[in-house]
Design a protein around this ligand. Structure first.
Ligand code: ADP
Ligand code: AMP
Length: 217
């Protein structure tokens, strides 16, 4: 089952992907995490991506598509995957269709988490992430049991540089210009399922699980 989680930055894609991953037993593939891993390992790709990420811009399509293609070729992706943060442009969406079709696969659905801009800013300004396993927390909405420490793996939590309000504003502009058109693209392809992202984490999770079960019928 190949699923895409679509939505503005801060809408809860990473939070929900971690839950869906357990429920559906599928790997969670987040393009942002792959870039941050490359930055951590000081690869050439990481160096290139960092410049764009620090400005809140998208990394160019060719390198992003190549990176995700390589990830999807790993054996753990053979039965499906939960994509988070990819595709983010029409060119990436077309490339994904092609990648899957090339091996006789297709998207089962696109789960669109809808959230107003004011709320995404509030969420991102309080976001803390585990440096080891990438689990997201929120200072108010989803705090860890012990401040600064990951509940899952004991890793140290940090705040992303690009979650500063000025970079978040740039990311939202990019989202509306380049990524939001995918909502229509997938609606026309009859793949889009819209979920209200404004509820609490449990409510959004329940809505997504029901949407996924409907897709499996
Ligand atoms: P995305 O992956 O879409 O950028 P995240 O999953 O990292 O978003 O969530 C952004 C922030 O909002 C995190 O701090 C997370 O803990 C918090 N969060 C996620 N979902 C909810 C929710 N339904 N209600 C309140 N806070 C949430
Ligand atoms: P995310 O972790 O999904 O919020 O992504 C963080 C940053 O990584 C984005 O602001 C972009 O700079 C970059 N990025 C992640 N995914 C993509 C993508 N599919 N296309 C281009 N850039 C991306």
């Amino acid at each position: 089952m190949y699923l895409v989680l679509l939505g503005p930055p801060g809408s809860g894609k990473g939070t929900q992907a971690e839950r869906l991953k357990e429920q559906l037993r599928l790997p969670h593939v987040a393009s942002g995490d792959l870039f941050r891993e490359n930055i951590g390992n000081e690869t050439e790709l990481g160096l290139l991506a960092k410049g764009y990420m620090d400005r809140g811009q998208l990394v160019p399509d060719d390198v992003t598509i190549a990176m995700v293609r390589e990830r999807l070729q790993q054996p753990d992706c053979d039965d499906g995957v939960i994509l988070d943060g990819f595709p983010r442009t029409l060119a990436q969406a077309l490339a994904l269709d092609k990648m899957l079709a090339g091996t006789g696969r297709a998207l089962a659905g696109v789960l669109y988490i809808n959230l107003p801009d004011e709320e995404t800013v509030r969420r991102l300004s309080g976001r803390w992430i585990c440096g080891q396993c990438q689990t997201p927390y929120h200072a108010v909405f989803s705090p860890p049991a012990e401040e600064g420490v990951c509940d899952e793996c004991g890793g140290e939590l940090y705040q992303r540089d690009d979650d500063r309000p000025e970079t978040v504003r740039a990311r939202l502009i990019v989202y509306h210009e380049q990524t939001a058109p995918l909502i229509d693209y997938y609606r026309r392809a009859r793949l889009l399922v819209e979920v209200d992202g404004a509820g609490d984490i449990e409510a959004v999770s329940a809505a997504l699980l029901e949407a996924t079960r409907n897709l499996m019928k």
